[in-house]
Design a protein around this ligand. Structure first.
Ligand code: SIN
Length: 286
């Protein structure tokens, strides 16, 4: 099956045209998709009204799927491979805001996500956009001396420091999250396991500090790294249409969901998460 690859942004992103994701794909097509993914980091597939089964089936072409055991509250009732990224809690209809700081999925675990595929089920009338930034370029833009200093250091990633988590969870819930997800140390620079290219790996949502520095010492440097990573020229902004699916590479991309829409409207997305290679170690036994 052949398809067209059309660039969406100068730093990252491409649309794949001419594929029906519900059909079984042959080995050559899958290999060509992997190549396009390595080159463009974020792939968009338009007009694909996927059922959960079809999304799971397509996602499996790219690797093993997470069952979202770390966030059981937001799993699809019949398909644990689907994470419900909704702005309302199903049981209570309470408003939720999710993913509102730059991050890379599951960086707070010892098996950070390789990739994620987000499928738009329901969208607000305007807005609800997602931004993606290229973390290869973020690393490559640093001076050799700073690269050298950061290159063999680690940073602590902690799920409980995420702004939305702190705002929306009770102290008891935060304690439970902390017990279930103790902070981990991740390398600040990681070589991509397919391309070998180095990427910066810190994020405002989860990185609490650089190992060996105090939080106060770390913060200005981390802020500088976040600012460099998310410069306009390093970002692709996606304006969603219903039926869009986007596959991104968490090893070299960060993303953020914008609050640029009327919160009384519904936004509902289905995410599958591809398991990555083991990375990092528990901060408590470092
Ligand atoms: C996510 O953070 O995984 C979801 C991003 C979005 O809802 O746009």
């Amino acid at each position: 099956m052949s398809f067209e690859v059309c660039k969406l942004g100068s730093a990252l992103g491409a649309e794949i045209k001419g594929l029906d994701l519900c059909q079984k794909l042959d080995a050559n097509t899958i290999a060509a998709l992997h190549t396009a993914w390595s080159e463009h980091l974020v792939l968009l597939f338009r007009d694909q009204p996927l059922t959960p089964e079809q999304q799971i089936g397509f996602s499996r072409y790219f690797g093993e799927l997470d069952d979202h055991a770390a966030i059981p509250k937001f799993r699809h009732a019949n398909h644990p491979e689907i994470l419900l990224v909704n702005n309302r809690e199903a049981a209570t209809n309470k408003r939720l805001s999710v993913g509102r700081q730059w991050h890379s999925d599951l960086s707070t675990t010892l098996r950070p996500a390789k990739g994620s595929l987000l499928h738009a089920v329901q969208l607000p009338s305007v807005g609800g956009d997602t931004l993606f930034c290229n973390m290869y370029r973020a690393w490559e833009g640093l001076s050799p001396l700073l690269q050298q200093w950061l290159g063999d250091r680690s940073a602590v990633h902690d799920m409980t420091i995420a702004r939305e988590t702190r705002l929306q969870r009770t102290p008891a819930e935060l304690q439970e999250i902390a017990l279930r997800n103790p902070p981990v140390l991740q390398p600040i620079c990681r070589a991509h396991d397919t391309t070998g290219r180095k990427a910066l790996y810190v994020s405002e949502m989860t990185t609490s500090h650089i190992d060996g520095l105090t939080k106060e010492e770390s913060q200005p440097l981390l802020e500088y790294l976040y600012k460099r990573s998310t410069l306009h020229e390093n970002v692709y902004r996606h304006v969603w249409r219903r039926g869009d699916s986007i596959l991104w590479d968490n090893r070299c991309v960060m993303h953020i969901a914008l609050a640029d829409y009327d919160a009384s409207e519904n936004r509902s997305m289905h995410r599958t998460t591809l398991m990555g290679n083991p990375s990092g170690r528990l901060a408590s036994i470092a």
